[in-house]
Design a protein around this ligand. Sequence first.
Ligand SMILES: Nc1nc2c(ncn2[C@@H]2O[C@H](COP(=O)(O)OP(=O)(O)OP(=O)(O)O)[C@@H](O)[C@H]2O)c(=O)[nH]1
Ligand SMILES: [Mg+2]
Length: 301
Amino acid sequence: MTTRAGFVALIGEPNAGKSTLTNRMVGAKVSIVTHKVQTTRARIRGVAIEGDSQIVFVDTPGLFQPRRRLDRAMVAAAWSGVADADLTVLLVEAHRGVTPGVEKILETLQQMAKGRRVALAINKIDRVEAKQLLDLTERLNAAYPFEKTFMISAEKGHGVQDLKEWLAAEMPESPWLYPEDQIADLPLRMIAAEMTREKLTLRLHQELPYQLTVETESWEERKDGSARIDQLIYVARDGHKGIVLGNKGETIKAVSKAAREELEEFLGRRVHLFLQVKVRQNWLDEAERYSEMGLDFRDGN
Ligand SMILES: Nc1nc2c(ncn2[C@@H]2O[C@H](COP(=O)(O)OP(=O)(O)OP(=O)(O)O)[C@@H](O)[C@H]2O)c(=O)[nH]1
Ligand SMILES: [Mg+2]
């Protein structure tokens, strides 16, 4: 039997649906999703199987005009996902079309992706009329020589199986890269931290989600089969700590409960989750915070 295996990088503007697509392809939630931009901060590898092919989806941070050190490290991580992949899929939101952000991505692809394989996936087709899709497909294909165009709804599932089957057939012949039952290549402590960050992002407003990071400090296996997980939430300002805690601690309690429930489902066992908020003014310029996030500090400069 010939097996195939390879890496597929998913790129696009923030919010394009890359993480939603990764999770759907894998069939489990390995990457966090919110309605806000810049949710994903590092490359998240999710492993999917289709027939005799193993497809390693590399979910990447959205591509945008970086301002902060963290932004730069995120964008660099996304482009290095492309550099390491066998095939790249650019996700474009159907209802937003060719935004300045998409134009910028196409320009960069022209410069750096010579000879690389790039396919287009127009996502969120559930939000537009068919006629709009044809126009958009034409415009995008005139702007860049995509190998193929797919129209999908990562959320509802339309067109996703077609894309998966095509990718599976295009992967190079190779032994599988991961054990058959492995769905993600990300340390559990990082998955756990991401789940908490997702719940924080969903509950906090404006700039706050962008000014915090979550790290798993310790993970203790208990005799009764449960796990005790301690996490630190780093915030950049004194004032942020109170907001994260909330009135009488109700925000952090709700976050902790939601994250714990999701973790328990993911791990299939009981979890005791303890969250602590720490003010650290310069965390955005600390190398250690970046390595915990899975980012290269130097890329941020
Ligand atoms: N209507 C609709 N919404 C979608 C679809 N795919 C994703 N979404 C929504 O779009 C939002 C962003 O999805 P994500 O998967 O987090 O997007 P992302 O590209 O990973 O975003 P970043 O990590 O910020 O770069 C979420 O609210 C999703 O539920 C889709 O096919 N249709
Ligand atoms: Mg994402």
